[in-house]
Design a protein. Structure first.
Length: 136
């Protein structure tokens, strides 16, 4: 019988196998991520946007008031307004459908008049621009 010498055949070492497995794993993750991103437009997740300008006016005649702004109960911004001043803030409303209602609210602390609050609900639609006015 003739003995066959397999020493000329190259087999990946243990270290090389691990590298191949890691590279394959990363490739699979990237492919899955690309598929998920491309399907994002088809499932409609937050692909609609409306722009809301929030006009806030201080009702305090002598002091600075600290304000907090909220959209649907979620905090979006804090700021300070001097007496009787106004400020406009932009909020981009990302919608899961082409339209919907959002509630913009604000609270004011400090100033000579004490704490204050105001809110407004507006129906927004994809691509629309809206104005909301709050007095705090």
């Amino acid at each position: 019988m003739t003995e066959v010498n397999n020493s000329n055949q190259k087999h990946p070492s243990g270290r090389n196998r691990k590298i191949i497995i890691v590279v394959a794993f990363v490739a699979v993750i990237m492919i899955v991520a690309l598929i998920a991103l491309s399907l994002g437009g088809y499932i409609g997740a937050n692909k609609y946007k409306a722009t809301v300008y929030i006009h806030v006016t201080s009702a305090h005649i002598a002091n600075v008031v600290d304000i907090n702004l909220y959209v649907n109960g979620n905090w979006i911004r804090s700021d300070s307004l001097s007496a009787l001043s106004s400020q406009v803030y932009q909020y981009d409303a990302w919608l899961s459908g082409s339209s919907g209602n959002i509630t913009i609210s604000g609270t004011g602390q400090g100033g000579a008049l004490g704490d204050s609050s105001d809110s407004s609900t507006v129906e927004v639609a994809d691509g629309g621009t809206y104005n909301v006015y709050l007095i705090l």
